[in-house]
Write a protein that binds this ligand. Structure first.
Ligand SMILES: NC(=O)C1=CN([C@@H]2O[C@H](COP(=O)(O)OP(=O)(O)OC[C@H]3O[C@@H](n4cnc5c(N)ncnc54)[C@H](OP(=O)(O)O)[C@@H]3O)[C@@H](O)[C@H]2O)C=CC1
Ligand SMILES: CC(=O)N[C@@H](CCC(=O)OP(=O)(O)O)C(=O)O
Length: 350
């Protein structure tokens, strides 16, 4: 066993985020998944619910038993719904494990904002304060120093990576930003509900949660930090009849006249050395299939000289850079490893 080898447990391993963690960690050189956990199917083989894992994972699902998991793992991923993660994180931290939470429970620093947008009592403020917000390309240095990461939302990651450099540089008016985002249906998780039912989504395209999406305050929190003043945005989400992928099409007013080439250069400099953000050349706009199954976020631009507005197109795979992939990238950072370990895939195409 390599000295760097660590053991990982996944709570919520029967969900889409959890099963994506399993897929990605299978090829991580330093991580072994030693416990896959379920609150509803403990004792059953995980391959019963996910036959694609036949002969890849023959182990049985463990119960959510902190004492057991403490003995089996060094790090725990919480791929659990909001409201659940806040109850589990403190127990695992107290047991001495590193915790990476994929839910929204620790992302918002304001408890009032959490209550307003999630319609749920917020987590313990001391724990919220302790959690480092894991937008890897922006807060990677803080992630390196923590044992508790709050992984960003999928729409949030896609939108912020596309907006952050221009807001930070003061090249766009942050209060003029409009984000028009579209997600594949796996973004809603594996649970059954009417809006992700095949007949409701196939050959259909619909907007949802207008002006009340829970990622709005998360986006505004980071953009306010980048701008150095309070920022509000218009953020609209849509469901697209595809399985994976998010595209955020974003519009903002330029504070000064800029060319496509200048914008590309600003972003290339900001993301220099960060392999998972691919800044496209002027006139080239990314599509979701070009990042499918990978941890890439691809970004393209168009300056409209007529209106003085900048259009930014940002795409990710919601289950990878939007969830499990970024969670592993954050594990790599907090362990002091190369952030790309276990995540170097070529997109599945076509
Ligand atoms: N899907 C996506 O693209 C993204 C999801 N996220 C976030 O990641 C988290 C997981 O999402 P996703 O995998 O899509 O959701 P799923 O609904 O697919 O899976 C969630 C899993 O949580 C487990 N769970 C539910 N209640 C409990 C409980 N009380 N204790 C322990 N486990 C519980 C369930 O497994 P079991 O019944 O077996 O315990 C379930 O399989 C959520 O917080 C989500 O918001 C974040 C970014 C993107
Ligand atoms: C398609 C779809 O339904 N997507 C989810 C986002 C999933 C996610 O990242 O949500 P959390 O902030 O709860 O982690 C939504 O719009 O609510």
């Amino acid at each position: 066993m390599n000295a760097k080898q660590i053991r990982a447990a996944i709570v919520g391993s029967t969900g889409y985020g959890g099963v994506e963690l399993i897929r990605l960690l299978e090829s991580h050189p330093y991580v072994t998944v030693t416990s896959v956990i379920s609150s509803s199917s403990a004792g059953a083989p995980i391959a019963d619910g996910y036959p694609h894992l036949t002969e890849i994972r023959t182990d049985l699902l463990d119960d959510v038993d902190v004492g057991l998991i403490r003995d089996k793992a060094d790090v725990v991923f919480l791929a659990t719904p909001h409201g659940v993660s806040m109850k589990l994180a403190s127990q695992f931290l107290e047991a001495g494990l590193k915790v990476i939470d994929l839910s929204g429970d620790f992302r918002l620093k304001s408890g009032d904002a959490y209550k307003q947008w999630y319609k749920h009592e917020p987590a313990d403020p001391a724990l919220v304060e302790r959690a480092v917000y894991g937008l890897s390309e922006v807060y990677g240095e803080q992630v390196k120093t923590t044992d508790f990461v709050s992984n960003p939302g999928c729409f949030t990651t896609t939108s912020l990576l596309g907006l952050y450099p221009a807001v930070k540089a003061g090249w766009i008016d942050p209060n003029s930003i409009i984000i028009d985002a579209k997600s594949g249906v796996s973004g809603a998780g594996r649970g059954l509900n009417l809006s992700s039912h095949y007949s409701e989504i196939n050959e259909n395209f619909k907007a949802y949660k207008l002006n009340r999406h829970q990622h709005t305050p998360e986006i505004e929190q980071v953009l306010s930090e980048a701008a150095g003043r309070p920022v509000v945005t218009t953020f609209t989400t849509h469901l697209v009849p595809m399985t994976r992928g998010i595209m955020a099409t974003m519009y903002a007013t330029l504070t000064e006249k800029r060319s496509d080439a200048e914008i590309v250069e600003l972003y290339r400099q900001f993301y220099e050395g960060r392999k998972f953000v691919r800044v496209r050349p002027a006139g080239h706009w990314p599509a979701t299939k070009e990042v499918y199954g990978t941890n890439y976020c691809d970004i393209g631009f168009s300056v409209d000289e007529r209106t003085g507005r900048l259009t930014i197109i940002s795409v990710t795979d919601n289950l990878v850079k939007g969830a499990a992939g970024q969670a592993i990238q954050n594990l790599n950072l907090l362990m002091g490893w190369d952030e790309t370990l276990g995540l170097q895939f070529t997109p599945v195409y076509p």
